[in-house]
Write a protein that binds this ligand. Structure first.
Ligand code: HEM
Length: 510
C-alpha cells in the first residue's frame, strides 16, 4: 500500500518535471526564433545553465553570471533549474527598449524582499508605485536635502574620529565603518531617529538587517529559487521570521512615537493659535516619515503598514548602496596616489584649508567636479546595484518583436560598465572617462548606475551629497595607502555589490 503510494507520488513528480522541462525548453526555442541575434548560454536538461558555475560561493556565482557576457555575447538566454528561461542583457540599445516598456513589472528576485520591505517603492508597480513616487518625491527637494546635509556633516565627523585609532596602523576594513556611518545618516533623515550605530555597532536592529540581507542573498542564488514555497520549510525561513519581528517592531515603534509627537504638537499649536498648520515642524528637520504621516492618497492618510514599508525601503536602499560606493572609492584612491592627490588639491582649493572639519554646504559640494568624476568612475567599475530586473508584461518590444508576457530580463549593470568595447581597459580606474568631453561621446544607456527611465533612483542626489561629504572629510583628514595584496578587494553581490571580506586600506594623518 505504502509502496504503491510512493510509486504514484514518484510518477507524478517525474511527470511534472518532464512537462516543466519540455514547456520551458519550448519557450526558449520560441525566444531564440524571435530574437535570432541573441545568443544562448549552453544548457543541459533539468539543471539548465547552472553547470557553468564551478565555484558555488556568492563570489563565484557572481563571477560566472557576469562572465557569461565575455564568453557568449551581450544579449543572452540562460536557463535555471528545470530550464526556467531568462534573458541577460548588456547591449545599451536593448537595455533602452527594456526599460522603456510601457508596463513595468519586476522579476522574481524582488519578491524575496517582500517579507521585509513589503511593496514599498523599490518593489511596487502600477498605480500604487505611481502614487507613492509622487508623494515621496518632495522629500528630495533640494531645500530638504540641505537639511539632510547637516546630518551628513555631523555623522561624517564622527566617522573621522572613529577611524583615528587606525592611523599609522596595519590595513583595516573601511567598509564596516562606512556602513555604520551611512546607517546613522539614513535613519536620522528617514525617520528622525538617531541610531548611533557608529558608537554602538552591535545594536539589535543593525544585526537583524545584516542577517536578513544574507538570507535574501542565499535565496537569490539558490538553485531552486523559482520554487518559492520550498523556503517555508527551511530553518532560514524561521530565522527570517524572528529577524523581521525585530526590524518591523523597531519601525513600528518609531512610527507610533512620531505620530503621537506630531499630534501633540498640533494640539499645542491649535491652543496657541499662533503658528499656521503648514509650520507644523517648527524648526525641526523634515524627515521622510513626517512627510508620509502627513500625506493623503485618495483622501485617506496612509496606514502604519503603508508607512512602514516605505520607511523600511529607504532604510535598506539608502545605506548599503552609498556604503559600497564610498568604500570602493576609498579602495581605488588608495591604489591610485596621483588621482588621490588631485582630489585632495581640489578639496583644498574649493573647501579651503579648514576642510578637515568644515561644514560642507550644498553649493561647495556642487563645485567639486573632479571628485564627482572619481565617484562616477567608482560607480562604473563597481556599480552599487549591479543587476536590476524587469519582467515583460506583453507590451515589451525589442527590435520590432513583441516579447511574450512573463519573461524575466536581468540588466547586468556590472557587465555593461565593464564591457571593454564601451570602456577600454575596464579594470583601469580612470576618472577622465567622465570628463565633459568623454561623457558627450558616450553611447546612451551605456552608463546607468542609478538606472534610467521612470523607475530610476529617487535618492541619487541625496546619495551624491552623502558620498561627497564623507569622501571630502576622509581625504582632508587622512592619506589613504594601499592594503596588503592578500587583502586585495574581491566582490560578491546580494541586492547590492559588496566586498567578500572587506575593503581594506591603510591611513596616515594629513
Ligand atoms: C550610490 C548610491 C545609489 C545607487 C547606485 C542607487 C541605484 C539605484 C538603482 C539602480 C535603482 C533601480 C532599482 C531597480 O530598478 O530595481 C534604484 C532605485 C531606488 N533607489 Fe537608489 N541608489 C543609490 C542610493 C539611494 C539612496 C541614498 C536612496 C534613498 C535615500 C535610494 C532610494 C531608492 C529607491 C526608493 C528606489 C526605487 C525607486 C522607484 O522604483 O521608484 N537610493 N537605486
Amino acid at each position: 500500500m505504502l509502496l504503491g503510494l510512493l510509486a504514484t507520488a514518484f510518477a507524478i513528480g517525474l511527470s511534472w518535471i518532464v512537462l516543466t522541462v519540455v514547456r520551458n525548453r519550448a519557450t526558449v526555442a520560441k525566444l531564440k526564433k524571435l530574437l535570432p541575434h541573441f545568443n544562448a548560454v549552453p544548457s543541459l536538461p533539468v539543471i539548465g545553465s547552472s553547470y557553468h558555475i564551478k565555484d558555488p560561493t556568492p563570489e563565484g556565482i557572481f563571477a560566472a553570471f557576469t562572465g557569461f557576457h565575455r564568453s557568449y555575447g551581450r544579449n543572452l538566454f540562460t536557463e535555471g533549474l528545470f530550464n526556467t528561461p531568462s534573458v541577460q542583457i548588456i547591449d545599451p540599445k536593448v537595455i533602452e527598449q527594456v526599460v522603456q516598456a510601457r508596463t513595468i513589472e519586476k522579476t522574481l528576485i524582488y519578491e524575496f524582499m517582500v517579507p521585509w520591505l513589503g511593496t514599498g517603492l523599490v518593489v511596487s508597480t502600477g498605480s500604487k508605485w505611481a502614487q507613492r513616487r509622487k508623494v515621496i518625491t518632495p522629500t528630495f527637494h533640494f531645500k530638504i536635502l540641505e537639511d539632510f546635509l547637516v546630518i551628513m556633516n555631523r555623522q561624517a565627523d564622527v566617522f573621522i574620529d572613529k577611524l583615528a585609532p587606525n592611523v599609522d596602523g596595519p590595513n583595516f576594513d573601511i567598509y564596516e565603518h562606512v556602513t555604520y556611518c551611512a546607517l546613522d545618516i539614513i535613519s536620522e533623515s528617514a525617520m528622525g531617529v538617531k541610531l548611533n550605530t557608529q558608537l554602538q555597532p552591535n545594536a539589535e536592529y543593525v544585526k537583524a538587517v545584516k542577517e536578513i540581507s544574507e538570507i535574501i542573498l542565499k535565496r537569490i542564488f539558490s538553485l531552486g529559487r523559482e520554487f518559492k514555497w520550498t523556503f517555508l520549510f527551511t530553518e532560514a525561513y524561521r530565522r527570517q521570521k524572528r529577524l523581521l519581528k525585530v526590524v518591523h517592531g523597531f519601525a513600528d515603534r518609531v512610527i507610533s512615537e512620531r505620530k503621537k509627537q506630531l499630534e501633540d504638537e498640533r494640539e499645542q499649536q491649535r491652543a496657541q493659535e499662533q503658528i499656521e498648520e503648514t509650520d507644523v515642524y517648527g524648526k525641526r528637520r523634515m524627515t521622510l516619515l513626517d512627510l508620509l504621516l502627513n500625506v493623503t492618497v485618495d483622501g485617506k492618510p496612509l496606514s502604519n503598514n503603508d508607512i512602514r514599508e516605505e520607511v523600511d525601503t529607504f532604510m535598506f536602499a539608502g545605506h548599503d548602496t552609498t556604503t559600497s560606493c564610498i568604500s570602493f572609492a576609498a579602495y581605488h584612491l588608495s591604489r591610485n596616489p596621483e588621482i588621490q592627490q588631485k582630489v585632495y588639491e581640489e578639496i583644498q582649493q574649493i573647501v579651503g584649508s579648514d576642510a578637515k572639519r568644515a561644514e560642507l554646504t550644498y553649493g561647495t559640494l556642487q563645485e567639486l567636479k573632479y571628485l564627482e568624476m572619481v565617484i562616477k568612475e567608482t560607480l562604473r567599475m563597481k556599480p552599487s546595484v549591479p543587476i536590476i530586473g524587469r519582467r515583460s508584461a506583453g507590451d515589451m518590444v525589442i527590435d520590432g518583436v513583441t516579447i511574450p508576457a512573463g519573461i524575466d530580463f536581468g540588466i547586468i549593470i556590472y557587465a555593461l560598465h565593464n564591457d571593454p568595447e564601451l570602456y577600454p581597459e575596464p579594470e583601469r580606474f580612470d576618472p577622465e572617462r567622465f570628463s565633459d568631453e568623454a561623457a558627450a561621446q558616450r553611447q546612451p544607456y551605456s552608463y546607468i548606475p542609478f538606472s534610467v527611465g521612470s523607475r530610476n533612483c529617487i535618492g541619487q542626489r541625496y546619495a551624491m551629497l552623502e558620498i561627497k561629504t564623507i569622501l571630502v572629510k576622509l581625504l582632508a583628514n587622512y592619506r589613504l595607502l594601499p592594503c596588503e595584496e592578500s587583502n586585495a578587494l574581491r566582490i560578491k553581490t546580494d541586492m547590492t555589490l559588496k566586498p567578500v571580506q572587506g575593503a581594506f586600506v591603510k591611513i596616515i594623518s594629513r
